[in-house]
Ligand binder design. Structure first.
Ligand SMILES: Cc1cc2nc3c(=O)[nH]c(=O)nc-3n(C[C@H](O)[C@H](O)[C@H](O)COP(=O)(O)O)c2cc1C
Length: 306
C-alpha cells in the first residue's frame, strides 16, 4: 500500500516536503497545493513552489491543478508540460466556498459537461499521466453518481477520495459506505484520504480495505510527521523520539526560512503554522504562538519537552 502526503496550502510547501523526506521518509509521493489560473497566467507563487529545485530531491513529487472548465485545465496542464512535467493531479475536492461557487474543486463535480471535455483531453494526452483527488459531492454524498461514468473513462493513475461533501469541510463523520460504493464504481486504483492520525488508524484502514492502492494523510501527518515511518517500522515511537524527530524537521525549516524570508514577521508567521496541528500540550504551544521576536520564538521552542 502506497503512502502519500496530502497537499495543504500554506503548510506542505517545497521546503516542508523535502525536509520531511530527509528526516522521516516513508512517503511514496506528495502533491503541491493547487495551482490555479490567476490574472491570465498560472498563479505565480504556487508556480514558484512547483518549480523549486527542492522538489527534485523529494519523493514522488506531483503538481496539482484546480480549474473551472476544460479550457483552464488545458492551460494549466500545458504550462506544467512546458516546464517538463509528465505527471499532474486534478483537484475536484477543494471545499473552499469561493472556489466551489465558481465551479472549481468539488464544484467541478457538478459540471458534467466540462468534465466530459476534461476526460477527452486526459484520454488523448499521452505525454502526461494524471491522477485525481475528489470529494463525494458538494452538498450531497451521492452527487458523485452523476459523474462516475465520466471518471471511469479517464485513464488515471489513481483516484484519491476524501469521503465528505464540500459543505462538510473538514469536520464530522466520514461517509465510509459511500466511499466503498464510489471506490468500487470508479474502476481505478483508489487512495483513501481522511482523519488518519495514528499508525493504528493506518493499520485499520489497510486491514479493512486490503485492495486500496494507497492512503493519503494531511493534518495527521503534519501533527505527527513520523506517522508513515512508524507504520513502516511496524512499531510506534515513544513521545520523546517523536518530539526529537519533530524538532529536527523544525530545525531544518527554521534554518531554511531564516535564509529566504524577509523580515521577522514573515518568518514567525510561517514558522508558527508549523505548530498548528502539532500534538503537544496547549500550554507549550501557547508560548510559541505568543512569540513576537525570533529570540522569543527560539526560546519557546527550546522549552518544548515531553
Ligand atoms: C489548510 C488546508 C489546505 C488544503 N489545501 C489543499 C490543496 O491545495 N489541495 C488539495 O487537494 N487539498 C487540500 N486540502 C485538503 C487536504 O489535502 C486533505 O484532503 C484534507 O485535509 C483531509 O485529509 P486529512 O484528514 O488527512 O487532513 C487542504 C486542507 C487544509 C486543512
Amino acid at each position: 500500500m502506497k503512502l502519500f502526503m496530502a497537499p495543504l496550502q500554506g503548510y506542505t510547501d517545497a521546503p516542508y516536503r523535502l525536509f520531511h523526506t530527509e528526516v522521516f521518509g516513508g512517503a511514496d509521493g506528495c502533491f503541491s497545493p493547487f495551482l490555479r489560473w490567476e490574472k491570465g497566467e498560472p498563479a505565480r507563487r504556487t508556480m514558484r513552489d512547483i518549480l523549486s529545485p527542492l522538489n527534485a530531491e523529494t519523493a514522488g513529487f506531483v503538481p496539482q491543478i484546480i480549474f473551472r472548465d476544460a479550457e483552464e485545465m488545458r492551460r494549466l496542464a500545458g504550462a506544467l508540460k512546458a516546464e517538463g512535467f509528465d505527471r499532474v493531479d486534478l483537484n475536484m475536492g477543494c471545499p473552499f466556498p469561493p472556489q466551489v461557487a465558481k465551479g472549481r474543486g468539488a464544484g467541478f463535480l457538478l459540471r458534467r459537461e466540462e468534465m466530459e471535455k476534461v476526460a477527452a483531453y486526459v484520454a488523448e494526452d499521452s505525454s502526461v499521466s494524471y491522477s485525481l483527488k475528489m470529494r463525494l459531492g458538494v452538498d450531497d454524498p451521492w452527487q458523485w453518481r452523476d459523474v462516475v461514468s465520466v471518471l471511469r473513462k479517464m485513464p488515471l493513475e489513481h483516484v484519491t477520495i476524501h469521503p465528505r461533501t464540500a459543505r462538510e469541510q473538514y469536520r464530522g463523520d466520514l461517509h465510509l459506505d459511500r466511499f466503498e460504493e464510489l471506490a468500487s464504481a470508479v474502476g481505478k486504483p483508489v487512495v483513501f484520504n481522511g482523519e488518519i492520525h495514528t499508525p493504528g488508524e493506518l493499520e485499520e484502514v489497510a486491514g479493512r480495505w486490503p485492495w486500496l492502492h494507497g492512503v493519503m494523510a494531511g493534518r495527521g501527518l503534519l501533527g505527527r510527521p513520523s506517522l508513515f515511518r512508524e507504520w513502516r517500522d511496524g512499531q510506534e515511537w515513544d513521545d520523546r523520539r517523536r518530539l526529537e524527530g519533530l524538532l529536527r524537521l523544525h530545525g531544518l525549516l527554521w534554518g531554511h526560512y531564516r535564509g529566504v524570508l524577509c523580515g521577522e514577521a514573515q518568518l514567525l508567521s510561517r514558522m508558527k503554522s508549523f505548530w498548528y496541528y502539532a500534538l503537544l500540550p496547549h500550554r507549550q504551544l501557547k508560548r510559541i504562538a505568543k512569540a513576537r521576536s525570533a529570540a522569543d520564538y527560539e526560546a519557546a521552542v527550546r522549552e518544548l519537552s515531553v
